[in-house]
Design a protein around this ligand. Structure first.
Ligand code: GLC
Length: 739
C-alpha cells in the first residue's frame, strides 16, 4: 500500500511540476511578446528552406541572410549538421531580441541510418520496433542540430496509385492510430527538450490520402462520417501522444483547402481536441490557395490561412510579405497573430533554446551518435520484422543450407540506392547492404552467381540471355524486382501499378528454365504482379528495407529470421479494383459465393477478393487457433468482456504470429464494415508451445461515429473474429450488447 502511495505522490508531483513548468514558460512567452514589434511577431511565423543555400552564408542569398539577422525568420528547414546549424543560429542571435531559430527536416525513416520506408515498418505491426526506429532517427537528427522532424505522416491511404502511401501506415485506422502513437513517442521521447529527441509533426492534416483518383495534390471529397471514422483518428492519436506540431495538407477537403480550413484547424484540432502545439503549412500551401481558387492573391491567402489556424507559413512568403499589413488593416486581429506566435515561442522554450540556442549543435556528440554501430543493428531488426512472406509453395523457403548454387538475378539485386527508398536525407548510401551482398555474406558453402539482367526499371531485355544462362546453371533462383526508389513518394502517383518495364518478361524467361524461383519484391506501395503471384514458388515483399536491407532479406531467405510481417494494406488484383480495403461494406447484394455473381455487388471481369488481403503474411511454421471463449456472451453499460483462445505453434521452428481481432456490428444506425480491426498481438512461440491469448472488449471497442458524429455503441449483436489475416479468420463468436 505504501508503494502505491509513494507512486501516487510522485506522479502528482510530476504533474504539478509539468504544470508549474508550463506556467513558467507561459510567463516567459508573455514577457517576451510584450517586447516584440508586429514585424518581429510575423517573423516567427515565417519558415525558410535552406535547400537553396549552397552554404549557409553563401552571399547569393544575402537578402535571406539579412532577414534572419533582422529576426524576420522563425524557422529553417533543410539546414543540417552542427556546423551549418550553428552558423545560421549565430545569424539569428544578432537580431534585436535574439530569438533562436527552429531547425527542421524530413527525417521520415532515419537520418543517417536508414530504416525501412514507413509502410514497410507498418508491416511489422511491432510498436516497439517502430518506436525504436523513430528514436534512433531522432537521436541522429538531434545530434546533427535538428530540433524538429516533419514526421510521422499519419494519412490513411486506400489507393496504391497514390505514391505517398509509401510514407504512412497503410489502410487501417486502428493500426494507423497505434503506429502514429509509437512514432510520436519514438521521435519525442519522454519529454521535449532532451537532446536525443526531436519535435514530431503529425501530417498531413487532413485526409490527404483520399486524393481523388490517387492523383497527388488532388481534391478530397468525403462525408464527415468517413472523415471522423477513418481519417481523423490517427491524428487524434498523435495529438494525444503529445505531437508537438501538426502540418496541414495541400488538398481541399470538401471544397476548402486544408490550409484555410477553420473546421479542421480551429473547430476540431484547436477546439474539440484542445491542441496546444502549432500548425505549420505544407511547402507553399498558403500560397497555393490562390491557384486553388480560394484566395484572390497572396495577401488574401495570408489572411485566410492564419485566421483558419495555420500558425507558420513554410516557404510561402505570404506571411512575410503580407501579414503585417493585414494586421494593420484589421483583417487579422492582433489576438490571432499573438496566439500563433505564442504557440511557436512556447515550443522554443520547451526545447530549451532560449537557455542555450546551440544545445543541439554539439560537434562531439554529432560524431559519437552518428557513428553508433548499434543503430545498424536496430535497422536490421526492424527491416527483418517488416518483411512479409506472401507465398511459399512446397516450403521452398527457407533455402536449405545444402543448396549448392544460388543465382541472384534482377535489376534491384545489386542496388544500394533503391533499398533506401524515398525521403532519405543523410543516408550513407555506400554502406547500404545490397541484396546480393547480403546473400553472399550469409550463403555459407553455397556458390553465388549474379546477373543484373537489366538496369533498374528494366527498360531493355538485352541482358536477359546472360541472366537465363546464369540461372540455368543454378539450383535455385532469387529474383529481385519491383519499383525503383523514385517511383513512390511525393508526386509519384501511377495509373498502372504493375512491375515497371520488362520485369515480368524477365520472370517468365527465368521460370522457363524450370528452376525453383524465389521473388524478392521491392516497392513503396502494393504492386500488381499476377503472373509472378501465380507462378513463383515463393515471394517475399521487402518494401524498401533500408541500410541493412540485404542482410534482412538474406536472414529471411536462409531462415535465420522466420518472417512475421503482415500486410498493412490490401494488394489489389488490378487497378480496376481501387479503392479496395478489407473494411468494406456488405451492401444490399453481397457476393456470398464467387460462382453466383449475377445481380450482385461484383464485376463481370474479376472476382471481388484482392490478390493479397490486409493482414496477410505467412511463416515458416504453422499456428493453430482453438478454444475461443468469452467471459460473458452479453455486455451492458461499462462492463468489459474478455475474449480468449489458445494459440499453438504446430510447426517445426519457432516463430511469431500476429493474431488479429476483428469485429462486425451486425445492425446499426449507420451501416458498419463487414470487418474492423480492433486489436492485435504479436505472440512468439517455440515449436509445440501453446499460449492462451486474450483481448479485452469494452464499450469503446464496440463504438463508432453515428449520424450525429457522436462516438458511442448501440445495443445489438456483434460478431467477434480472430484470425491470422482479414481473409483468414480462424475463430468466431457472438457478443450481445444489451444496453
Ligand atoms: C513536402 C511534403 C511534406 C514535407 C514538406 C517539407 O512538399 O508534402 O510532407 O514535410 O514538403 O519538405
Amino acid at each position: 500500500m505504501k508503494t502505491l502511495k509513494i507512486a501516487a505522490a510522485i506522479s502528482a508531483a510530476l504533474a504539478l511540476s509539468a504544470h508549474a513548468q508550463d506556467a513558467q514558460i507561459d510567463r516567459k512567452v508573455t514577457e517576451l511578446m510584450k517586447q516584440m514589434t508586429v514585424t518581429e511577431k510575423v517573423g516567427q511565423l515565417h519558415q525558410l528552406s535552406g535547400r537553396q543555400f549552397t552554404g549557409p552564408t553563401s552571399s547569393a542569398y544575402a537578402d535571406k541572410l539579412a532577414d534572419i539577422r533582422a529576426g524576420k525568420v522563425g524557422s529553417m528547414l533543410n539546414v543540417t549538421g552542427v556546423a551549418d546549424t550553428r552558423e545560421i543560429q549565430a545569424l539569428a542571435l544578432q537580431s534585436r531580441l535574439k530569438i533562436p531559430l527552429l531547425f527542421s527536416l524530413d527525417v521520415i525513416h532515419g537520418y543517417k541510418t536508414v530504416f525501412p520506408v514507413p509502410l514497410g515498418e507498418a508491416a511489422s505491426w511491432d510498436m516497439d520496433a517502430i518506436e525504436l526506429s523513430a528514436h534512433v532517427a531522432a537521436k541522429e537528427a538531434a545530434a546533427a542540430g535538428i530540433h524538429w522532424t516533419f514526421a510521422p505522416m499519419v494519412d490513411i491511404a486506400r489507393d496504391p496509385r497514390w505514391g505517398r502511401v509509401m510514407e504512412g501506415a497503410g489502410e487501417d485506422t486502428y493500426l494507423g492510430s497505434q503506429i502514429a502513437t509509437a512514432r510520436v513517442h519514438g521521435f519525442q521521447g519522454k519529454k521535449l527538450g532532451a537532446t536525443d529527441s526531436v519535435m514530431a509533426t503529425a501530417k498531413h492534416f487532413a485526409a490527404y490520402g483520399a486524393a481523388i483518383a490517387g492523383r497527388d495534390y488532388n481534391a478530397v471529397d468525403m462525408s464527415e462520417q468517413q472523415l471522423y471514422e477513418v481519417y481523423l483518428p490517427p491524428f487524434k492519436a498523435a495529438a494525444d501522444a503529445g505531437a508537438a506540431t501538426f502540418m496541414n495538407s495541400f488538398n481541399t477537403l470538401n471544397g476548402v483547402p486544408a490550409t484555410g480550413n477553420a473546421f479542421l484547424q480551429r473547430d476540431i484540432l484547436k477546439g474539440a481536441w484542445k491542441y496546444k502545439g502549432f500548425v505549420v503549412s505544407d511547402w507553399g500551401s498558403v500560397r497555393e490557395m490562390v491557384p486553388h481558387g480560394y484566395a484572390a492573391d497572396l495577401s488574401d491567402a495570408a489572411v485566410k490561412a492564419i485566421n483558419a489556424g495555420s500558425d507558420m507559413d513554410m516557404e510561402g512568403y505570404a506571411y512575410s510579405q503580407h501579414l503585417e499589413a493585414a494586421v494593420k488593416a484589421g483583417k487579422v486581429k492582433m489576438p490571432v497573430l499573438d496566439e500563433a506566435v505564442r504557440r511557436v515561442l512556447t515550443k522554443k522554450f520547451e526545447l530549451g533554446l532560449f537557455d542555450d540556442p546551440y544545445r543541439y549543435s554539439d560537434a562531439a556528440r554529432e560524431k559519437a551518435v552518428l557513428g553508433d554501430a548499434s543503430h545498424r543493428a536496430a535497422a536490421l531488426d526492424v527491416a527483418q520484422k517488416s518483411i512479409v512472406l506472401l507465398k511459399n509453395e512446397g516450403k521452398l523457403l527457407p533455402l536449405s543450407r545444402e543448396t549448392k548454387r544460388i543465382a541472384v538475378i534482377g535489376p534491384l539485386a545489386d542496388s544500394q540506392r533503391d533499398l533506401e527508398g524515398g525521403w532519405v536525407v543523410q543516408g550513407e548510401r555506400a554502406k547500404v547492404v545490397s541484396i546480393v551482398d547480403g546473400i553472399r555474406s550469409h550463403a555459407g558453402k553455397a556458390e553465388i552467381s549474379y546477373a543484373q539482367a537489366c538496369a533498374p526499371g528494366c527498360a531493355s531485355s538485352e541482358g536477359f540471355a546472360d541472366a537465363v544462362a546464369t540461372a540455368a546453371r543454378s539450383d535455385v533462383i532469387v529474383l529481385a524486382v519491383g519499383e525503383t526508389w523514385d517511383m513512390s513518394g511525393e508526386a509519384k502517383s501511377r495509373t498502372d501499378i504493375t512491375l515497371p518495364g520488362q520485369q515480368e518478361a524477365l520472370f517468365n524467361a527465368l521460370k522457363a528454365t524450370g528452376k525453383p524461383i524465389v521473388v524478392v519484391m521491392l516497392a513503396g506501395r502494393p504492386l500488381v504482379f499476377n503472373t509472378i503471384a501465380d507462378k513463383a514458388d515463393a515471394i517475399i515483399y521487402a518494401w524498401f528495407p533500408g541500410s541493412e536491407g540485404g542482410n534482412a532479406v538474406a536472414n529471411v531467405l536462409f531462415g535465420d529470421y522466420n518472417p512475421s510481417g503482415k500486410l498493412p494494406i490490401t494488394f489489389p488484383r488490378s487497378v480496376g479494383q481501387i479503392p479496395v480495403s478489407y473494411a468494406q461494406y456488405n451492401t444490399g447484394r453481397p457476393v456470398t459465393d464467387e460462382k453466383n455473381v449475377t445481380y450482385r455487388s461484383a464485376y463481370i471481369d474479376s472476382v471481388n477478393t484482392p490478390r493479397y488481403a490486409f493482414g496477410h503474411g505467412l511463416s515458416y511454421t504453422d499456428f493453430k487457433y482453438s478454444g475461443l471463449a468469452l467471459s460473458s456472451a452479453t455486455m451492458a453499460g461499462a462492463q468489459k468482456v474478455t475474449l480468449s483462445f489458445d494459440l499453438a505453434n504446430s510447426g517445426k521452428v519457432e516463430g511469431t504470429e500476429i493474431v488479429q481481432l476483428y469485429l462486425r456490428d451486425m445492425v446499426s444506425s449507420v451501416v458498419r464494415p463487414v470487418k474492423e480491426l480492433k486489436g492485435f498481438q504479436k505472440v512468439h512461440l517455440k515449436p509445440g508451445q501453446t499460449q492462451r491469448v486474450s483481448f479485452t472488449i469494452d464499450r469503446d471497442t464496440l463504438s463508432f461515429f453515428n449520424r450525429q458524429l457522436k462516438w458511442g455503441a448501440e445495443a445489438g449483436e456483434f460478431k467477434l473474429m480472430v484470425g491470422s489475416a482479414s481473409d483468414d479468420i480462424r475463430l468466431e463468436s457472438a457478443l450481445q450488447l444489451t444496453q
